[in-house]
Design a protein around this ligand. Structure first.
Ligand code: HEM
Length: 372
């Protein structure tokens, strides 16, 4: 495990020192048996000791150690403090009442955030209507409908209370955070001050959904400022939600054009999935069959991955690389650590490629740019 992952985990697991210590003890043992990494092990111990000393000294002084997240401009903590102090309350009320009517909302908001931020940064371009807007791209079919209607309702309320102030990009981020909490995740801080973009082009949509290799995915996240720890953690979002059979049919029937199923899949699970997804089926299946219908976070995601019972090929690839495998084992053993780290990585996801300064605008209606 690389030093930067170690430092980040120290920061994120600040709330449970014992847990952090166990994590590093485990880490050190693993590294000691791996002779090629002996040098790195001693560096890890130095980091561990200084981090624990720091956390302890903060605790002695009664100061809460916080994970540090560098905020890219124009983000601030509590950006709307004066201009719209109750923004978070308005968003939460609307998300909560919609979620009570339809539990799929949490999964949809998480995917909406991922989609918006990964196309050309978190600028709410995915919300814009238009004959060739991002919404029309086939990869985005699943996010149409409910989440966009909820965003419209939130925006309507906000325009009544604080006209022209809160960006649609911030609304997506706040709504995704509230949805994560409602689905049993832990709360995380969402800095605000994002600006809305004024273009949306379907052909820019390069969201990877299907048959992608692990190295490609890591690269795809890295150029957006996230690393392997974030990837392995955010894929845990697949503990809730559904997929169409077409995204897994290659794994079931013709993996890498071999005419055979994915050899990494547990044979019993393969038979179960083949029953639900016969060839050319347009059925939907749960991304995590153990917790699917509840639409809540569940401990079972990483254990399924470790037991070769992941539904999506991308999730199964977590075990193909040693570092991500170790992270998955950690999360399987310590679900709370996953939940905390998930929040941290969601904050980072929401900081991707923001419009700087006063570029962009604050849309009055999230579906259209202001000058139309
Ligand atoms: C390389 C990265 C990723 C790949 C390859 C991927 C792949 C997929 C696929 C194939 C689906 C099914 C979509 C459909 O049938 O229309 C899906 C759904 C979903 N993804 Fe991902 N995903 C990735 C990253 C993420 C991230 C970063 C998140 C955010 C935490 C996320 C959260 C979700 C959720 C919650 C769903 C279920 C949506 C629903 O049921 O409405 N995914 N993903």
């Amino acid at each position: 495990m690389e030093d930067r992952h170690v430092l980040r985990l120290v920061a994120v697991f600040e709330g449970s020192r014992l847990s952090s210590a166990c994590w590093f003890l485990w880490l050190d043992r693993k590294m000691l048996v791996d002779k090629s990494r002996k040098m790195r092990a001693s560096r890890c111990w130095q980091l561990l000791l200084s981090a624990l000393a720091l956390v302890s000294s903060c605790a002695v002084r009664g100061i809460e150690a916080q994970p540090t997240i560098e905020l890219p401009p124009p983000l601030q903590w509590n950006f709307y403090q004066n201009s719209c102090p109750d923004v978070e309350k308005y968003v939460r009320n609307q998300v909560e009442s919609s979620w009570k009517q339809d539990r799929t909302l949490a999964a949809k908001f998480m995917q909406l955030l991922y989609t918006d931020c990964f196309i050309k940064g978190c600028d709410a371009s995915v919300l814009l209507d238009g004959p060739d807007s991002e919404k029309t791209a086939p990869q985005n079919a699943a996010i149409l409908g409910l989440p966009l209607e909820v965003i419209d309702k939130v925006k309507e309320v906000l325009e009544q209370h604080c006209p022209g102030v809160v960006s649609c990009a911030d609304i997506i981020n706040l709504a995704a955070r509230d949805a994560v909490i409602l689905a049993g995740g832990v709360s995380y801080p969402v800095p605000t001050g994002r600006r809305d973009g004024n273009s949306s082009i379907a052909k820019l949509v390069d969201i990877a959904l299907h048959a992608v290799r692990w190295e490609q995915v890591i690269h795809y996240f890295q150029i957006r400022g996230m690393d392997l720890l974030d990837v392995t953690t955010l894929l845990g979002g697949h503990t809730l939600g559904k997929t169409t059979c077409k995204f897994i049919s290659d794994r079931l029937y013709n993996f890498n054009n071999t005419g055979q199923p994915d050899p990494s899949m547990d044979p019993t699970f393969l038979s179960e999935l083949r029953e639900q997804c016969p060839p050319n089926s347009t059925n939907m299946v749960y991304l995590n069959p153990d917790s699917g219908p509840s639409y809540t976070f569940s401990k079972t995601f990483y254990s399924r991955v470790l037991n070769h019972r992941a539904v999506l090929g991308i999730d199964q690839q977590i075990v193909a690389q040693d570092e991500s495998l170790q992270i998955a084992k950690r999360y399987d053993a310590n679900y709370e650590d996953f939940l905390k780290m998930f929040g941290y990585s969601m904050t980072k996801l929401g900081n991707t490629w923001l419009l700087p300064g006063d570029q962009g605008e604050i849309r009055k209606n999230c579906r259209v740019v202001n000058w139309k």
